[in-house]
Design a protein around this ligand. Sequence first.
Ligand SMILES: Nc1nc2c(ncn2[C@@H]2O[C@H](COP(=O)(O)OP(=O)(O)OP(=O)(O)O)[C@@H](O)[C@H]2O)c(=O)[nH]1
Ligand SMILES: [Mg+2]
Length: 196
Amino acid sequence: MKISFARFATSAADYRDCPSAELPEFAFIGRSNVGKSSLLNMLCNQKALARVSQKPGHTRLINFFVVNEGWCLVDLPGYGYAKAPKAERNRFNDFVADYLEYREGLTHVFVLIDSRHEPQKIDIDFVTWLVECEVPFSLVFTKSDKSKPGRIKANRDLFLKALSEYVDGEPPTFITSSKNNDGRPELLRAIGTMIA
Ligand SMILES: Nc1nc2c(ncn2[C@@H]2O[C@H](COP(=O)(O)OP(=O)(O)OP(=O)(O)O)[C@@H](O)[C@H]2O)c(=O)[nH]1
Ligand SMILES: [Mg+2]
């Protein structure tokens, strides 16, 4: 799979505002600041297609990007952004949950997890919920440039072990860095296979 062209399509502040789903969609979700927007830019080979920020909680809308005029990448707001006011937090969670549960055309969800950390309850809870909703997903361990490979694999294995207490089977996993393009070919190959 080669990305020859990618463009921002639209943003939605609510599930009801989403454009009609005409293309297969691949969504990025994960804790605030885990690197969702950066990964989208890395895949598309563009520096500023999706907005990246050092401050967590930056992406507050569902942002749709059309790739090769044939499929969509969707940048979702991060979960677990503690600084947002509670009412706003619940509203984000509701609309992202509606998107994940009901979106027609949603082909696959990539759940991003910071490869530097041991399993966090918020990520395990989120993935368990996705499994209950029967949404197909993979796990993407991000920021691999920040730790040694052994440490990253150990954290990944711990995550899979923790998850196995709640769900059957093992999801596909990827290890990525938006700094050095680690994992880019593997992710694009996986997307290509799912579209074919
Ligand atoms: N070293 C390194 N830094 C990264 C990587 N990916 C993202 N970052 C940095 O992490 C910070 C957050 O990145 P974003 O891509 O904005 O994260 P996000 O998940 O979209 O964040 P929200 O939209 O706030 O939920 C930025 O400072 C990025 O430069 C990576 O692979 N390696
Ligand atoms: Mg973002």
